[in-house]
Design a protein around this ligand. Sequence first.
Ligand code: GLA
Length: 625
Amino acid sequence: MLTIHGEAWAANDPLSPTGRWTAVTSGRAATPPMGWNSWNAFHTDVTEAKILASAQAIVDSGLARKGYRYINIDDGWWLKRRMPDGRMIVRTSTFPSAAIGGTEQTSLKPFTDRIHAMGLKAGIYSDIGANTCSQAFAPNAPNLPEGTAAEREVGLYGHIDQDIQLYFGDWAFDYIKVDGCGIRAFGPESEGVRSGQYRALGPLVDIKEIRRTDISAVRNLYQQVANALQRSKPNGDYVFSICAWGSADVRAWGKDVGNLSRTSDDLTPSWTRMLANFDSAANRALYAHPGSWNDPDMLFVGQGDFDEQHLTEAKSHFALWSMLSAPLLIGYDLRKAPQPLMDILGNGDIIAVDQDPAGNQAVLAYDTDDVQILVKLLSNGHKAVAIFNRGLASADVTLTANHLKFSGSAPIALRNLWTGATLPAFSGEMKIHLQPRETAIFDAAGTRSLADGIYLSEMPGRVNPAVDGVSIPQPDPTIHRMITPWGSTTDTGEPPAYTGWGGAQADATPYRQALRIQGKMYGTGLGVLANSRFELRADGNFRRFIADVGVDDSTFDTDDVVTFAVYGDGKLLAISRPTRFGQAAQTLRANIAGVKIVELVARGKSARNKVPTVVTWGNAALLND
Ligand code: GLA
């Protein structure tokens, strides 16, 4: 029990400092995974031959050398679950090398051996429920599982340890994507269950309505997979990709369970769907870190609005995914890829932005429905900056030193990452003209405005909102809503569905307003709700922490009383006086020499489930001066 300002704080409450980094670091995802996946190219019409040819193309084209190494099978590889022992049986008509002894003895080890012999890694696909997405949504697709209802239950449900051991221990896979249709689409009223084809399960997830979703049950199932992976691969050589499409409040907990977490429903080769998927991840920078990335879905470079006739759109899609530190998983039949598409996928400078070891997802430095500016601090101190024209008109944009958090009086050099050309140096600001749907992407070198330190909003890869204060998950209304590719205009349209609104933000409040305490604006800082706890990785590299703290002028609860505290490796270092709406910011300073994990706690007094209290850590920084 800790007593602060005469109040007792229970040691076991979620705001108590842990002295640890609690987001996932197990698995092999220090940088976002890169590779190829069969789904966008072949759907369930997938064969071993098609996959191996794509793997060969990855090697022959030089893409493997550039980092594309995971070759992932998606839905469609299975025949059935063998009874009564439950072992999974591969469809040998499409994966002939799996036939190792009659129709009931199959193994994908010969397949993974081939992939490994090419110097690549192999990924497999399953579902957290008993049945799969194609069984739910594509009843006429080729290669659906066969047999009795029990045999057609090819998902992990009830078989997590058995299947993970088979896929990783026996078959030597390196990566698994775990989809969620089995806990979403097989309720007692569903078509497949009523017709007797499938047994009912749940549903635990309602993708459109969070209140009808059992968040903790979903999280618990995915956690069981994470635990099974650690048992099967104690050396940590695996990637665990959660595919829950931004449902079940996964954006709050995916980073604590898996290496990647889908932030939205499927991408399609349509420009407006790309906007939606991009938006679903773009304002979640603080939720991505080395080991735990936001996943706006696999690339559609090569198809539809991103094909050879639409290179501006294809380049935007690719550049934006790299700025988001998204996994780069090619979803194209590489046996027929035209050179301009290979040049996009193989742009080493842009891949390097995605793969930068600092692992900072870009932060929105300017944010409108027309134009956005994204900035990403790289490990060499440069910034990657992308200027994205979302609209159908050309745009004139002014890029400022301020957007880059660079000094306005020192020269700034921009190198165009598409052409390699370095522009004449400028100071202060420069004008850039963008075509409709164009994304300009540059490496920017300048003098950082905080010379001897780093703003927390520049280092999202090292900031974990362990508790973000959101007690009632709310859909994010800022995500682009398009005519759904699945329903034309006859369905309900796309009401906001992806929860995360009110989550912690870099350089903005949780509701994306400017940070502001008693009238004073802050161009940089962290915005979060009260009753929150951040973990920061300082790694003993900094001497001082500093921030101006207070209740933000945009708060909903104007009565709450909030106390801000800073901890170093679990020990209290600094604490504010209790403060409330309308009171001036207090400057909080802490000596953090030698400290590995700094924690920032903002504790309010209002009852849980009241309207949120918005708080600001203005100009928050780690300093070395
Ligand atoms: C879901 C996933 C997709 C793909 C399909 C396969 O829709 O979100 O990425 O895996 O299932 O059926």
